[in-house]
Design a protein around this ligand. Structure first.
Ligand code: ARE
Ligand code: CA
Length: 476
């Protein structure tokens, strides 16, 4: 064959594949928008698919760009929330809803400009010796019909039954996390099943994934899975600590910042700790901003004492305000239900499916006391709504005009916004130099009026454990 003829043939083959909508990996998938620092995400822990669909118009109004859904696949039938982290098959059917409800959620949210990210459990299957899943699939710990047999699981090389030594990467990646059957992602047939599952979710319109227990999967093996998904797919890996190094996972996406969870817990737990820590020098020591998803809490830290929670509502509220105000990372907020028992999941109906979630009336940090199972709806708290608008107004402008007075601390976002916090017990009245244009502004937090003079100075009173925020789009 002559060279030009070969080229022509190659071009024809490529274009006919494109016409058929086929690539080497199978049918083409709907496009997705990769996340940016100006976008705001929301983890809706164990919200059912119908509940999220119902909330999506409100999420759009507030300005949320993406939602993280709890693991949607068939799992062990248990009323504990953590049952969702023990997959039995990749059928979309669990107490969160059916495949039809999942598809409906994606399309309703898409109409409302909210993308769906899915929490996916790729590292393991269940910890039970045998049983039947929520949708009736029968399994044993190392056999899942049509998916995996015994040799598809890792045999722990260090001879322990589950991970004990969290400084040994081999043990972390090839032994059982909490006694959960550990998939051997070094095997192509195992990766093929996982790719099929992810592509299925993408084909239904999901935009990306939280990779549960990512540090327990070799980054090089995870990359081979990621490479089989379109490049516009978002990946956020759960990699806690430094072993293995988080940076190994940057190659194909983001990591959650557990450093951020710790930092905001520390600086918003007691008075006057903001100054000095909350600035660019500190941020420069953290993981790269465009690779990092910042958060105040997730479903684990909400339960293990590692983070501020709805129980410390004022602190949680200010930590969320700070996360949205800071020129760092891609924020993911958190919304959950009240509980007193670590294991308790949301209450399901008699058919096993959860009814549609109803937020408590007028969700705010002042609401309470809560009853177990109440949907707290932190995502609707007034300051959170205001600060999402602030974040979009200030874009990627840098830190400026850092100000501190006693237990109060504030910073500007160049000429576009200013935020000030008071973590002291007394109200603070101050004149603060900003780079904002003169005029009157509406405070994004409390709704009051704030005046900035011709010299850029704003005069404000910041109540104890509260904040004030203004930006060019809140200018009257
Ligand atoms: C349940 C029972 C267990 C039982 C197991 C198997 O609670 O007693 O042994 O089932 O039968 C969630 C729950 C678990 C639950 C599991 C499965 O939290 O309680 O186990 O679902 O149903 C490490 C991992 C990290 C992981 C945390 C929990 O690195 O990936 O542990 N987080 C994710 C999810 C969890 C989920 C799983 C993984 C499993 O977010 O919700 O578990 O899918 C140091 C280490 C970290 C370690 C951390 C633990 O910081 O560096 O690596 O995190 O401590 O706090
Ligand atoms: Ca593993």
């Amino acid at each position: 064959m002559t060279k030009p003829f070969q080229r022509l043939l190659a071009a024809l083959t490529a274009s006919s594949l494109a016409i058929l909508g086929l690539t080497s990996c199978g049918p083409s998938l709907p496009s997705a928008t990769p996340i940016t620092t100006e976008m705001v995400g929301l983890q809706m822990h164990t919200w059912s698919f119908d509940s999220i669909a119902t909330e999506c118009p409100t999420l759009n109004e507030i300005g949320y760009d993406w939602v993280l859904v709890s693991p949607p696949q068939e799992s062990i039938p248990d009323s504990a929330w953590w049952a969702h982290y023990q997959p039995v098959s990749y059928k979309i059917d669990s107490s969160l809803g059916t495949r039809g409800q999942f598809e409906n959620m994606v399309s309703v949210c898409k109409e409302n400009k909210v993308q769906i990210m899915v929490d996916v459990v790729l590292n393991h299957m269940t910890g039970l010796q045998n049983g039947a899943g929520f949708a009736g699939t029968e399994f044993t710990k190392y056999e899942y019909p049509g998916l995996y047999v015994g040799e598809d699981f890792n045999a722990c090389p260090t001879g322990v039954s589950q991970i004990e030594d969290y400084s040994n990467v081999e043990e972390i990646q090839q032994c059982e996390l909490l006694g959960l059957a550990d998939l051997n992602t070094g095997k192509a047939n195992v990766r093929d099943q996982l790719v099929k599952f992810l592509r299925d979710l993408r084909s239904m319109g999901a935009s990306g994934f939280r990779v549960d227990a990512a540090k327990h999967i070799k980054a090089s093996e995870l990359k081979q899975i990621v490479d089989q998904l379109p490049s516009d797919t978002t990946f956020i890996s759960e990699v806690i600590g430094d072993t293995p190094p988080q940076s190994e996972y940057y190659a194909f996406g983001h990591v959650f910042s557990f450093d951020w969870i710790n930092m905001v817990r520390n600086i918003f737990s007691s008075s006057g700790l903001l100054g000095g820590s909350a600035d660019q020098n500190y941020f420069d020591m953290l993981s790269p901003s465009d690779k990092t998803v910042t958060l105040v809490s997730n479903h684990d830290t909400e339960r293990n004492g590692g983070a501020l929670t709805y129980r410390f509502a004022k602190n949680f509220n200010l930590a969320t305000v700070f996360t949205l105000a800071a020129p760092y990372g891609k924020p993911m907020l958190y919304s959950s239900y009240a509980f007193s028992d670590y294991d308790a999941g949301p209450i399901a109906g008699p058919d096993g499916y959860q009814p549609v979630a109803q937020c408590v009336s007028n969700p705010s940090p002042e609401h309470g006391p809560y009853e177990d199972g109440d949907w707290i709806c932190q995502h609707r708290w007034p300051a959170v709504k205001g600060m999402i608008a602030f974040r979009k107004a200030v874009g990627d402008s840098k830190f400026s005009d850092i100000w501190q007075e006693g237990d109060a601390y504030g910073f500007g976002r160049g000429k576009l916004g200013f935020v000030a916090f008071n973590t002291g017990d007394a109200d603070v009245t101050a004149s603060i130099k900003t780079s904002l244009p003169a005029g009157t502004y509406t405070d994004r937090i409390g709704g009051g009026t704030v005046t900035v003079g011709a010299d850029g100075v704003m005069k404000v009173t910041i109540a104890s454990w509260n904040a004030v925020a203004i930006d060019v789009k809140s200018k009257n």
